[in-house]
Write a protein that binds this ligand. Structure first.
Ligand SMILES: [Zn+2]
Length: 196
């Protein structure tokens, strides 16, 4: 069964957008209680898993959590100061250093990178994105490359054309939002505004 419309956005009496999807409610034995669309469709759960992951932490950690801590564990956020402070205090109470951050693809930790100067795989660039940007800013004064750029032999060039640059930045912004890399998305949004 195809996805069914789950939400319609109405603006000034006109339909602005329709959001299709599938919904299923199951009981504690997994038996379907109610559904719309295709209840057996397999999807990548992404941030829907955060409350479930938080439930495991809440049941296993040897201390209680504040409402702020539970909220930051369950939600996607933009790493604003209030979020970062909450996560740092939680890590400190749990006795987990920040460089224990692990790349889910290869298992390397941020500490491994700091010790060896080497990343474990290409996904490490995403896993350690914030820390790599901080490092580049400290080393070069910026995390944005502004020097010469490699053009493959025979390429048409034209990379400096503002219009194609804008299209590329918008594509990067879309990928950043899809990947919930909100810090990068905010930086890209600012660069797009300058070009617009
Ligand atoms: Zn990796």
């Amino acid at each position: 069964m195809p996805p069914v419309p789950l939400a319609r956005v109405i603006r000034s009496g006109l339909e602005e957008s329709v959001h299709p999807g599938d919904v299923v409610v199951v009981d504690s034995d997994g038996a379907i209680v109610a559904c719309a669309g295709e209840p057996d469709r397999q999807v990548f759960a992404r941030s829907c898993m955060k409350p479930l992951q938080a439930t495991v932490s809440l049941s296993l950690a040897p201390f209680n959590f504040t409402a702020r801590e539970i909220a930051v564990m369950c939600a996607s956020h933009n790493a604003e100061p209030v979020h970062v402070a909450t996560v740092r205090s939680l890590l400190a109470r749990a006795g987990v250093p920040e460089d224990a951050l692990r790349c889910p693809a290869c298992g390397s930790t941020l500490r491994d990178f700091r010790d060896s100067g080497r990343l474990g795989c290409d996904r490490c660039y995403v896993s350690f994105d914030t820390h790599l940007r901080d490092l580049l800013r400290r080393l070069h004064g910026s995390s944005q490359h502004v020097g010469e750029r490699y053009e493959s032999p025979g390429s048409a060039g034209g990379g400096d054309d503002p219009r194609s640059r804008l299209l590329e930045l918008r594509a990067q912004l879309r990928r950043a939002v899809e990947g919930e890399n909100f810090e990068l998305a905010a930086e890209l949004r600012d660069r797009i505004r300058v070009l617009e």
